[in-house]
Design a protein around this ligand. Sequence first.
Ligand code: OOG
Ligand code: MG
Length: 255
Amino acid sequence: MSQINEYATRLDDAARTATAVSQFDSEGRLSLDQAYEIQSASIQRRVARGERRVGVKMGFTSRAKMVQMGLSDVIWGRLTAGMQIEEGTSVDFSRFVHPRVEPEIAFVLKHSLEGDVTGPEALAAVEAIAPALEIIDSRYKDFKFTLPEVIADNASSSGFVIGAWRDPRTDFGNLGLTLNLDGRAAQVGSTAALLGHPLRSLVAAARLSAQAGEPLQAGWIVMAGGATPAEWIKPGQYVSVDMERLGSAGFHVKG
Ligand code: OOG
Ligand code: MG
């Protein structure tokens, strides 16, 4: 087995069995391209098990997240249908290693969107927007990683929850939001934290996925990135995001 496939299998097994694995690139030998190859190979294993590809997630698009994780490059990961958790339902804690949650805004596209596009071009491809939550669950011990390691691990992507879809003609450049744990605000922020405007995250998604030969498709979801630092989640909690004008989205964590 090639080294790329070996790492992809290790990370996919870790995700599947909710077991942490050791970091494997502390010396910094992996290039970013190799890291994305590992990510792609690990997602191919999910697709081979019947999971459908449904979009893209962006990472480190806010300063809050860069500071929390100590990394500063925008990264991206691949979303599959198996990662989506229906809004308002319960998710089993045992599915995760050491999950965290963060408030995001999600886009769903009505047209494909490829390469270097402008903000208005990106907006014209958006069918709807929604308040969303991402569950990140690094497969590495202690939730610690280098940039290539987190890319290889599909940018810690583990689950996502999307609230009701809204008209994208709403001005969503600076919407106040809270991340709530059992109804108490644990983080307060704004959609403006995402590269100044969440549309810039969609522009970056269009460029990066086209570069990888997998351009954004009509019907795909794009998660724009955490607007605040992530919070640990625990069994028994109800986790939600409240977003000005767009409403809320939440889920229960079953113990
Ligand atoms: C990496 C994933 C980052 C975001 O929204 O910035 C991310 C991590 O923090 O584990 O999903
Ligand atoms: Mg995220």
